[in-house]
Design a protein around this ligand. Sequence first.
Ligand code: FAD
Length: 494
Amino acid sequence: MDEFNKKKVVVIGAGPAGLTAGAELTKTGRFNLNILEKDNQVGGLSKTITYNGCKFDIGPHHFLTHSKKVELWWKKVMEGESKENNFVQLKRFTRIYYKSHFFHYPLQALDAILGLGLIEGFLCVFSYVKIRFFPIKNVKSFQDWVTNKFGYRLFSIFFKTYSEKVWGIPCTEISSDWASERIKGFSLSKAIFYAFFGKFARKSAPRTLADIFYYPELGAGTLWQRVADNIIQDNKNSKICLNEKVIQIKHNKNSLKSILTYNLSPRVCPTKKLNEYNADFFFSTMPLRDLILSLDPLPEEFIINAAKKLSYRGLITVNFIVNKKNICPDHWLYIHEKTVRMGRVGNMNNFSLKMIDAKDHTSLSLEYFAFVDDDLWNKTDGQLLELGKVELEKIGLVEKDLILDGMILREREAYPVYDKNYKESLNIVKNYLSKFNNLYLMGRNGLHKYDGMDAVMISAFDRVETFLGNVDRENIFFAGHVKRERIKFIKLKG
Ligand SMILES: Cc1cc2nc3c(=O)[nH]c(=O)nc-3n(C[C@H](O)[C@H](O)[C@H](O)COP(=O)(O)OP(=O)(O)OC[C@H]3O[C@@H](n4cnc5c(N)ncnc54)[C@H](O)[C@@H]3O)c2cc1C
């Protein structure tokens, strides 16, 4: 028995990052672990909801990584699943809807020319050549970055409307960081090269164009539910406490001491019950803004103000069960059309036919983006369902009468916003938090980093390794960015 046996660890959040850290800590068998989750199920943004016999992700989640470690981890987890829930490989099919035309994504040369028309095609090439000769020198915004890569014309067709729907701010106010993280390694010349020669060179394609991914047949969230089940089965000292919302974090000058939660379980309402969790070490995936505002005592005012400036974009999914099959061949349809508010449609059937209740039905998930004080966010479920129906009919995808049923899901903090000033606020918050020697930050909102499941898992591996390796040292907080592995594109077995 070593000195760390029975040390208490609390992990805030049972999304992919929290569960990955929880699983890695449980493997050591050395800690008393409590994972605190405010939701009534695990998985965070990567969960799957069942509604009237149909299953919906929060926007379909595909499993794609360049990290061998992550890929093997997923596969090992899925080995524990029943035969009904295979981890299947799928070939991505995605299109962009713009001006009543469906453009293949990644671009296909002939399709793009036919869709845009010869004159528009010529203007796009002209604007691309122009920017190559006269690039924007002082690149600050998302608009500058993408325009330099593709030319203004293509930017305005294929990036502007969708990005502004997602972020709710003009592209001139979105930081160029988002573009460099999202579309890194991707350029018009590459897009055109893969449009013509993609079939021969898929293995070297950048991630943005990768077309093979994994999916658990019963929904993305089932992988995370399996991770949670394993954590509990593997060690009786590990617990996952659902409906526990962290509302207060007590600390002294240099270390966190305990956490107070509201129990949100319907059985406990209307009087919310407070629970207290003491611990020696804390891992957090909750939004940084909320973490700072939960501290007791609160930090100085300028730190509180910086935290309040970190903002989050909410996501509403309008989920429909449709009395029709083969609605569209796409996994995702990106809606670049300005005349409708939806940003993306996910077709769950094309991920797995086990997501639907009857073989003649289709489950569709429409994504709408909004800040929580927007008019859209504050519409009733009934109004949102009606909006979804009208817009599906408007783009010619589904007639209203074919929609059998629907439900609304809302996620308040789906996207950490990269506005022009976020970095300054983030640095203030990070500097302040680095004084706590028993706090480890990880995950998407825990680091305020627009990351997918694989990257948040890497952040969790990183924190746990740092924790286990440096537990003797005085300062065990690692405030750096997610250290991504040097990655190679993995050849997937078909
Ligand atoms: C529409 C959409 C589509 C996506 N598609 C993909 C995809 O195809 N592939 C991919 O790899 N990634 C995708 N992602 C990203 C993926 O969802 C995230 O990377 C991942 O879920 C982040 O995991 P996390 O654990 O860091 O955070 P989260 O998933 O947000 O989990 C954090 C958890 O913490 C809990 N929590 C927060 N505050 C508190 C509190 N105060 N007390 C207790 N609990 C709290 C939350 O309830 C949540 O369960 C998508 C995201 C969105 C929004």
